[in-house]
Write a protein that binds this ligand. Structure first.
Ligand SMILES: Cc1cc2nc3c(=O)[nH]c(=O)nc-3n(C[C@H](O)[C@H](O)[C@H](O)COP(=O)(O)O)c2cc1C
Ligand code: SF4
Length: 519
């Protein structure tokens, strides 16, 4: 029997993976070949999707991008034996884009059958939970603290400290909530994990629950992710069937139940307190803090809220120890970050690297430069609230503190590249407009400020009292930054001000006008 891997990942499906899988099955029957098709996750080399892999002696070989029409020809060329073909990519693990990565959180993505517990176990799955079940809560939290893991959802708050607060808060009920809203532009790492290795998230949440005494978990996922939702549902059912979830996890006497909740689609529902409101069945509005969700979160109970990647990084930390994870990275940014390359790049995809890799390495060594072939002029890192970085900042290492040092942020690790045809005044306007559309409306600087911000930027673009209006928009940004209740209003100034500072010519500003406005 020969195993052929064809991704069930949304990105691959959008490029025709379903038709390829059907064609391979039909052709195998027609030729009497003994083939089993495994629907794996994507390896994250999206320009090669659908990428088909064949397991031969000595590893897996890849072909891509494959269309259904290529399938008969691939059979004739002997792809089941790994033979040559114009779409042949060689051994998958030797493809430079993959070989140069450090895949810890993504260790199994693209390799295993995402919803098979047996395959998961065969690839080191559930080793972390087994270890955790032999430890007390404080010892588990200590490992997570030692690893240096910081929240991958955006704010980079130390995960161990959050867990310690929940552990130390006495309550009759505690919860673990996974933030799978993944609303940032150009991001897809959460989706890839949920589609490609959902059991690692299930395991991470179970460890979190066991650590702090939370018996129930929810995964809050955006409605735009139907394939991820299906994979999670299948994985959760498989975990229950194998005794990894339920009232008596692996016979330990400890309970942990888990279910998926689908959000109705609003960027603000990714903000943790708005997400709790939504989970409770209410409109997604931001809550005042304190109390912190770790003390009074879902239904007023102590709640761990973590991003998908944060939770999916926990199993390997428990399995190999906090020290192992900590050995990757730089400064206070420990471990690895699954970085998502998107926008105008030749090779968009998922790159998991230890902190310290520079933006330039990502854009050119991995991304291959712009798809259009024109110079890359601006890059937005960290989603719609992230700053626009000019070429002079491309050597900044991926490190939370280094990015703060240039008034930018890493956020969820999304990288969106633009070539020299981009109009940065329009991008600044878009940032304000996005805030106006997505504002939950609870506080004035964001609700009113963003709408006025669009109007003022329009005046700048039209050349109406340009210098005075630039001063006004800077003043407005200052008010939003300092007076907003949450980071939607509070960080919208980052893309706006960075566009003004680094690309003044797009706003029709002369150097002297810029100097005057900056004063
Ligand atoms: C407007 C807004 C949108 C957010 N969207 C997300 C999101 O889609 N996914 C996410 O994990 N965190 C998002 N966050 C961050 C969460 O509020 C929170 O910090 C995170 O879920 C905590 O998990 P972590 O510590 O593991 O990162 C958002 C924050 C804001 C202000
Ligand atoms: S900053 Fe905007 S999104 Fe955040 S609470 Fe205020 S109005 Fe709501």
């Amino acid at each position: 029997m020969i195993r052929v891997f064809i991704p069930r990942d949304s990105g691959a499906l959008s490029m025709g993976a379903e038709a390829v899988a059907r064609a391979v099955a039909v052709e195998a029957v027609a030729r009497g070949a003994d083939v089993t098709v495994v629907r794996n996750g994507s390896r994250g080399l999206y320009w090669l999707e659908p990428m088909v892999e064949v397991e031969i002696a000595g590893g897996r070989v890849a072909y891509g991008p494959v269309s259904a029409a290529d399938v008969p020809e691939l059979f004739s060329a002997g792809f089941l034996q790994g033979k040559k073909h114009r779409l042949a990519l060689g051994k998958t693990e030797e493809i430079p884009y993959l070989k140069q990565q450090e895949r810890l959180t993504f260790a199994r993505v693209g390799i295993t059958d995402p919803v098979s517990v047996a395959d998961y176990e065969a690839h080191d799955g559930y080793r972390g939970l087994r270890k955790a079940l032999g430890m007390d809560g404080a010892a588990i939290v200590e490992q997570v603290t030692q690893s240096g893991l910081r929240g991958r959802g955006g704010a980079a708050f130390p995960t161990g400290i959050k867990w310690k607060t929940v552990l130390g808060t006495a309550a009759d009920q505690k919860y673990v909530v996974c933030n799978a809203d993944e609303g940032d532009s150009g991001t897809f790492s959460d989706r890839m994990v949920m589609e490609g290795d959902p059991l690692v998230l299930v395991e991470g949440m179970t460890i979190a629950g066991i650590a702090v005494g939370a018996t129930r978990g929810y995964i809050y996922i955006r409605s735009e992710y139907p394939h991820a939702t299906r994979a999670l549902d299948e994985a959760i059912a498989a975990a229950y069937a194998a005794g990894y979830l339920g009232q008596n996890v692996l016979g330990s006497g400890k309970p942990f139940d888990l279910e998926v909740r689908v959000g109705a689609g609003a960027y603000i529902c990714g903000e943790e307190t708005a997400m709790l409101e939504s989970l409770e069945g209410k409109r997604g509005m931001v809550r005042f803090k304190p109390p912190l969700p770790a003390i009074a979160g879902l239904f007023g109970k102590p709640t761990i809220i973590n991003n998908v990647i944060s939770l999916a990084s926990v199993p390997i930390i428990l399995d190999k120890g906090g020290e192992f994870y900590r050995n990757y990275g730089m400064g206070r940014s420990r471990g690895t970050l699954p970085i998502q390359l998107a926008g105008n790049l030749k090779y968009g995809g998922l790159v998991e690297k230890a902190f310290g890799v520079t933006l330039r390495q990502l854009l050119y060594d991995f991304g291959g430069g712009s798809l259009s072939g024109r110079p890359i002029r601006a890059v937005q890192v960290g989603g719609p609230l992230g700053a626009y970085l000019p070429e002079s900042q491309f050597d900044t290492p991926f490190d939370y503190e280094a990015f703060v040092g240039i008034s930018a942020m890493l956020g969820h690790g999304g990288v969106v590249a633009f070539d020299d045809t981009v109009d940065m005044a329009q991008m600044a306007r878009y940032a304000m407009e996005f805030c106006a559309i997505e504002s939950c409306g609870k506080c004035t600087p964001c609700r009113i400020g963003s709408t006025r911000g669009v109007e003022v930027i329009d005046k700048i673009i039209a050349g109406t009292e340009r210098d005075a209006n630039v001063a006004l928009v800077r003043d407005l940004c200052d008010t939003m930054l300092n007076g907003s209740l949450c980071a939607l209003g509070g960080m919208t100034p980052f893309p706006v001000v960075s566009a003004l500072n680094h690309f003044p010519e797009d706003f029709g500003l002369s150097a002297s006008a810029l100097a005057g406005a900056a004063r």
